[in-house]
Design a protein around this ligand. Sequence first.
Ligand code: ADP
Ligand code: MG
Length: 588
Amino acid sequence: MSNAAATMVKNQATDAPAVDARQELTDGFQLVIDALKLNGIENLYAVPGIPISDLLRMAQAEGMRVVSFRHEQNAGNAAAIAGFLTKKPGVCVTVSAPGFLNGLTALANATTNCFPMILISGSSEREIVDLQQGDYEEMDQLAIAKPLCKAAFRVLHAQDIGIAVARAIRAAVSGRPGGVYLDLPAKLFSQVMDAAEGAKSLVKVIDPAPAQLPAPSAIARALDVLKGASRPLIILGKGAAYAQADDEIRALVEKSGLPFLQMSMAKGLLPDTHPQSAGAARSMVLKEADVVLLIGARLNWLLSHGKGKSWGEPGSKKFIQIDIEPKEMDSNVEIVAPVVGDIGSCVSALLAGIDGSWQAPPAEWTGAITARKDANIAKMAPKLMKNTAPMDFHGALGALRRVVKERPDAILVNEGANTLDLARGIIDMYQPRKRLDVGTWGVMGIGMGYAVAAAVETGKPVLAIEGDSAFGFSGMEVETVCRYNLPVCIVIFNNNGIYRGTDVNPTGGTDPSPMVFVPGSRYDKMMEAFGGVGVQATTPDELYRAVSEAMDSGKPTLINAVIDPAAGTESGNIGSLNPTSSVRKMPS
Ligand code: ADP
Ligand code: MG
């Protein structure tokens, strides 16, 4: 390179460093791919378009798995749940402005749920956007993303791609996990630089989610409170499932002998059929426990904020909370023993304190729980055996409960209102991270994105149990399921509408009620349109056979389960959150 200077050309259009015409070159596209691959990211969830089409083509050419969706929100949801399942950030790639906004809903949802995710969106010319001169898909995406995610970065120079990807990964997975936005302007992708310099600019993130050890004094305080309890309870949340400290958690539960409840996405961390599970006595234990140990579960609306009727007498509880986020403590009620750290480290430290001096919880308490559980389970049993047509929710879910029991390693995706609330209670889970659902926001539309990513990330069969309304938010992705030939079986609980299919237009006009859909729709035909298997099931027996066959064959399947349109209740289990008019009583 003696006369290199003579052949140097300043790449003015792109602000990139000068390059030698004879040098080996790389560009922004390549560096993004290299940076992700260097950090062990193997899958991209995306919708192609300007300016990221070539990024996706090149990523596939470089051996990454690129899963191309029909709508960015579904690609984003896929990335989010990939993050939950793997503890590595799931990556979603979108086009600018509208594509970015579609993906942003998923990024915000990931952040709310504490799932690590990176949304990479192409964006328009900075100079034109900032002067608001009306570029193609003009939008200040970085500013819009910032309040809705954990961190947001923009990269202007190819040589900064490596450090930006490293920061994005670390921000997503360290501490409380969450969503990160990475803004990549179109110009960046075509910036050219010397390949060797480019390679040197990449950063492999060392220890992206460092262990955070709890203070010994915090552990001692927690053990003290726990030892003073007469009616103790452990509540496991999806943070505990995410932490992948399955063995430590099981050891703590079993060695301490404490009864436990599992939040929706924590179900299966220990089998729901475990003798210490208080799942079937949930209302009783929430009301009567005197000390509650929260492990990766927040006292948000899903736990009635730790107060009110469902928690029994005011002041009757002491809370111990394990969480990686110090600000979570005292967010709703007083936490008498905060334990801040990662769940693996905190649970191990507590476990070490369950020694010879430990006394199992009083038999009076555990016996009362078992009695209540047995009574509730016996009351439910006949409802789950009903084999009628049309089906009600219990009969249909009874059949699916058997399917899951026979295939404990399958992944269950679940959304809807009644379909969600009843399935959560009825279907026992047996292994960690097998139940994926609407999470902290109770958001509809996660179904197909979660189902696709669950199949891609784990290779296990997926059963998606969907309300007919919930399915509609991401239903076009059945084409994606068929295109990638994924082992996904979708069951639509088709009761002709939202909550129920029986609402009528009170004016007697020809428009239907806003709450109903085309009666007797055949969602199974949608699957057939794309080469998948479509089945109509009218009884629990038919449903059981069709789902079993789909799960065994691994063929993309959609089963239209005909549910009595009168069977559902308003808003499922959360009718209390739905304001109703006291001026005019509406039929529901
Ligand atoms: P659920 O809805 O199941 O109750 P939440 O999403 O409300 O669960 O709570 C999960 C909690 O777990 C969050 O407060 C989050 O900070 C915490 N968390 C997530 N990962 C970890 C981890 N590795 N160690 C400790 N806490 C964690
Ligand atoms: Mg419905």
